[in-house]
Design a protein around this ligand. Structure first.
Ligand code: UD1
Length: 419
């Protein structure tokens, strides 16, 4: 087991390059199962969640060839199993995309319930409603979800809640269904568009991804030899933008799509952070006077819930009282208890965190309680006086590629050591 040791209060300076989007890659790899052929995916983040997903897909008969650290060739010709039931399934949320992908390929799937960060109940009823609408029978037995259909037939599906996972899963299952599927009240996150683009490049007919109505006209077969490059990770980019602002730094964040960052950019500007946008990079610089703001997390294009914990650290540096309202997950403030050990003045009232800024944090041993809470712990360490130790860093490894090296290259005093 490793931990991070951080000596804080150094301004971040320099350039950092953002990796491919975790949540896009977690959908694109299973989507390749729908083609029964070979494709090449570039800009795949080298992170634990992807390693685990590859292992699960290998257990189904997929062959992966690593062309380099971030480019893989996927051969799905010999996939002969529709049962994804290994222990690994519990280790990540994204394993749920194997439901839609295997159902789409075999008209059958048996999968273990997905795992992922503990942010509350995280039901999958909307995924199941979608599969049932397409004609699948869904049974839940002994912790397994069993899906089967004579054939999948397009349908109109209205999502009761805006769900990223359900939108993508229904898209995967509908790509080869007979007729037209419409998803209304669909999620609009950038990686939904990325996955739809990949499917369309393979011959799917998906229109409207990125809006709240997606139409999928089923096709019989998907073709081979597609080369697809994963979009930059919006959340990793946001993490570095926030860290730059919180340390009063000056950082050029490269390989980003500035449009994807608009909700964060707007808040940073409101806080008096300088934000300069270029074609595929954003420069962040900040002084010591930050304004207090109120943030509410919402589905895209609103402020992303995954940036809520890092944003809380930045608000600790602002003068006066700020609030964060968590609009997506019911239980995403657990990390605040860890921050209190560092002297953070934050109280939680239901879904609202009230943050009293302007008091210095002091280094302490703290635990990453989930992936994005882990990122918040690191930024807290970067601004705190003295030494911070961050434990449970396997959570950070799940979603951030070479995070320590990237912060070191910006001048942070951070290292990974074994406990
Ligand atoms: C995905 C992301 C996660 C991100 C979240 C919101 C992956 C692997 N994970 O998670 O990083 O924080 O989107 O942007 O891409 N809900 C239901 N029923 C359902 C599905 C969802 O009630 O069937 C609720 C959830 O409990 C939550 C809300 O809808 O309150 C949004 O969840 P959803 O968008 O599905 O998040 P995930 O796909 O789990």
């Amino acid at each position: 087991m490793d931990k991070l040791v951080i000596h804080g209060q150094r301004r971040l300076k320099g350039e950092v390059t953002i990796s491919g989007a975790k949540n896009a890659a977690l959908g694109v790899l299973p989507a390749a199962l729908l083609s029964c052929d070979i494709c090449t995916i570039e800009n795949v983040p080298d992170i634990l969640d992807i390693k685990i997903l590859k292992r699960i897909m290998e257990s189904l008969g997929t062959r992966f060839e690593d062309i380099d650290n971030n480019t893989i060739r996927i051969d799905t010709r010999n996939v002969n199993s529709y049962q994804a039931t290994t222990e690994d399934m519990h280790k990540l949320r994204g394993s749920y995309y194997l439901m839609g992908a295997l159902l789409g390929r075999f008209n059958k799937a048996v999968v273990t319930f997905p795992g992922g960060c503990n942010l509350g109940v995280r039901p999958i009823d909307q995924h199941i409603k979608g599969f049932e609408s397409l004609g699948a029978k869904v049974e839940i037995e002994h912790g397994l979800i069993k899906l089967s259909a004579e054939k999948l037939v397009g349908a109109s599906i209205y999502l009761d809640v805006v769900s990223v996972g359900a939108t993508i899963n229904i898209m995967l299952a509908a790509v080869r269904a007979e007729g037209v599927t419409t998803i209304e009240n669909a999620a609009r996150e950038p990686h939904i568009v990325d996955i739809a683009n990949f499917l369309n490049a393979m011959g799917a007919n998906i229109k409207g991804a990125g809006t709240d109505i997606i139409r999928i006209r089923g096709v019989k077969q998907l073709k081979c030899n597609v080369v697809h490059s994963i979009i930059p990770d919006q959340i990793e980019a946001g993490t570095f933008m926030i860290a730059a602002a919180a340390t009063q730094g000056d950082v050029l964040v490269k390989n980003v799509i500035p449009k994807h960052m608009e909700s964060l950019t707007a808040k940073l500007m409101e806080m008096n952070v300088n934000v300069e946008e270029f074609d595929d990079s954003i420069r962040i610089s900040a002084g010591d006077k930050l304004n207090n703001v109120n943030i509410k997390t919402l589905p895209y294009p609103g402020f992303p819930t995954d940036l809520q914990p890092p944003a809380a650290i930045l608000l600790l540096r602002a003068q006066g009282i700020s609030t964060i309202t968590e609009g997506i997950f019911e239980n995403r403030f657990q990390y605040i208890e860890e921050l209190r050990r560092m002297g953070a003045k934050i109280r939680v009232e239901g879904r609202i965190a009230v943050i009293e800024g302007g008091y210095p944090l002091t280094g302490a041993p703290i635990k990453a309680l989930d992936l994005r809470a882990g990122a918040a712990c690191v930024i807290a360490g970067l601004i705190a006086e003295g030494e911070t130790e961050v434990f449970n860093i396997h959570y950070i490894d799940r979603g951030y590629e070479r995070m320590v090296e990237k912060f070191q290259s910006l001048g942070a005093d951070i290292k990974r050591v074994s406990c």
